[in-house]
Write a protein that binds this ligand. Structure first.
Ligand SMILES: Nc1nc2c(ncn2[C@@H]2O[C@H](COP(=O)(O)OP(=O)(O)O)[C@@H](O)[C@H]2O)c(=O)[nH]1
Ligand SMILES: [Mg+2]
Length: 329
């Protein structure tokens, strides 16, 4: 399952700074060849400490994390739907994404001009206004799409649906000052602006400063600002929650790997994310819980404890299931 998240927001809010920080953090998160496909597109591994534990247990060097694709989408400005800036070029990019990460400026720095050229005088109000501008552009773009669909339907009633931008789930990423990282009062007010959508708080500048650091250094650095998790971790957590996703794991001497599926997926559906043959020829899933495996130390020990299960076609997958599929092709 390939998850794609589009990063949007007004100019000078920190989109590109965050995009670089996210891809950088991803490069560190696992020994996985992360890729920048195009300057504005990056595939980032989903940090998952469970894979390291499994790799040790199964004595393999090959760890394959789940991945998320980020796209830094420029060009969404006031009036974009009427052709301002790059015009409607951003539309196609957003359509391909499952979720939108809407970056909102909530830091104060008069050297970096706001898109409206106004001084930074009221972070809360200006953040709200900025959000409205972007959301209005998305709505206007959808209005145009609607008109196009109606015109096409007149010719062919079965014409394919075009996804509406305003139907995409949005995660709001507030780019705050250092002080904003721990200012719960400000954070609650910003959350209120966008609820029930997920809101996360990051400082793009700090994230950027961590680009040369290893995992431990990053952790310490963030902790010194009262932050528990980096922007990548926060965004991926919010995206999994918003999109209703979870992961399951496969482990063996060949490789240890994480796979992303929709919550509520059955075992055959999960098998199908590995290979369509696995779904078609599904017989059973041998499953143990990651926490049991970690605690007991090996698959044999889990089996001896009676905690290795054989599940059938109707089994609903749980987060952290370590699975071996039995199939017949
Ligand atoms: N003070 C401060 N400056 C930032 C922050 N994030 C980005 N910037 C600066 O704002 C400018 C615009 O950032 P950029 O990422 O290019 O914005 P974009 O237009 O949204 O892609 C750059 O000079 C960044 O260094 C931040 O959190 N704090
Ligand atoms: Mg940019």
């Amino acid at each position: 399952m390939n998850i794609k998240i589009g990063i949007v927001g007004l100019p000078n809010v920190g989109k590109s700074t965050l995009f670089n920080a996210l891809t950088n953090a991803g490069a560190l998160a696992a020994n996985y060849p992360f890729a920048t496909i195009e300057p504005n597109v990056g595939i980032v591994p989903v940090p998952d400490e469970r894979l390291d534990v499994l790799a040790k247990m199964y004595e393999t060097n090959k760890v394959v994390p789940a991945t998320v694709e980020f796209v830094d989408i420029a060009g969404l400005v006031q009036g974009a739907s009427k052709g301002e800036g790059l015009g409607n070029k951003f539309l196609a990019h957003i359509r391909e994404c499952q979720a939108i990460c809407h970056v909102v400026r909530a830091f104060k720095n008069d050297d970096i001009v706001r898109a409206d050229n106004k001084p930074e005088d009221n972070i809360l109000k200006q953040a709200g206004d900025d959000i409205d501008i972007i959301n209005l552009e998305l709505q206007l773009a959808d209005e145009e799409t609607k008109a196009k669909i109606e015109a096409k339907r007149k010719k062919d009633p079965n014409d394919e649906n075009i996804p509406f931008l305003t139907d995409k789930p949005v995660i709001y990423m507030f780019n705050v000052d250092e002080s904003g990282l721990t200012d719960t009062d400000l954070q609650n007010k910003l959350k209120d602006l966008v609820k029930p959508a997920e809101a996360i708080f990051v400082n793009a500048k700090l994230e950027e400063e961590m680009s040369g650091m290893n995992r431990n250094e990053r952790k310490e650095f963030l902790e010194s600002y009262g932050v528990k998790e980096d922007a990548l971790g926060e965004l991926i957590k919010a995206a999994y929650k918003t999109l209703g996703l979870q992961s399951f794991l496969t482990a063996g001497k060949k490789e240890c790997r994480a796979w992303t599926i929709k919550k509520g997926s059955t075992a055959p559906k999960a098998a199908g994310t590995i290979h369509t043959d696995f779904e078609r020829g599904f017989i059973a899933a041998q499953i143990c819980n990651y926490d049991d495996l970690k605690e007991l130390g090996s698959e044999q020990a889990v089996k001896a404890a009676g905690k290795l299960r054989l599940e059938g076609k109707t089994y609903i997958m749980q987060d952290g299931d370590v699975v071996e599929f039995k199939f017949n092709v």
